[in-house]
Design a protein around this ligand. Sequence first.
Ligand SMILES: Nc1nc2c([nH]c(=O)n2[C@H]2C[C@H](O)[C@@H](COP(=O)(O)OP(=O)(O)OP(=O)(O)O)O2)c(=O)[nH]1
Length: 126
Amino acid sequence: MIPVVGVAVLRDGRVLAARRTAPPETAGRWELPGGKVEAGETPAAAAVREVAEELACTVEVTGWLAGEAAIGSTHVLTVASAMLVAGEPQPREHDRVRWLAHDELDDVDWLEPDRPFLAELRERLA
Ligand SMILES: Nc1nc2c([nH]c(=O)n2[C@H]2C[C@H](O)[C@@H](COP(=O)(O)OP(=O)(O)OP(=O)(O)O)O2)c(=O)[nH]1
């Protein structure tokens, strides 16, 4: 299974969600920024790298949410929690970002693999 890391960037009781632009089957759906862990890379390093590439800012990983979720039959998603340490998120690959409070998590159309993580996120943000 190819590991994919999603990054829950937390600030002031909100989490950063990002809207995909590609591929067509996922465009318009919301996700946590992140991406595939490269060979020889730790998941935490992948989290920091992907956020830098996608959002032009620097995060520090503070922990991991419980569990993992299958993405189809080939990939598996784990989710890091993180805090911003430099810069302000500026989407380079997504067409929109939103800072969602605990009672706004259901306002966006998340990719299916992200949904199992929403309960823990909701608790953390409450
Ligand atoms: N980044 C990210 N991908 C997710 C999430 N949930 C989920 O199902 N995915 C899926 C979408 C993609 O099929 C896959 C990750 O692909 P990606 O396109 O973000 O990864 P990447 O930046 O490494 O991709 P690449 O274009 O370099 O190949 O995982 C999520 O919360 N964040």
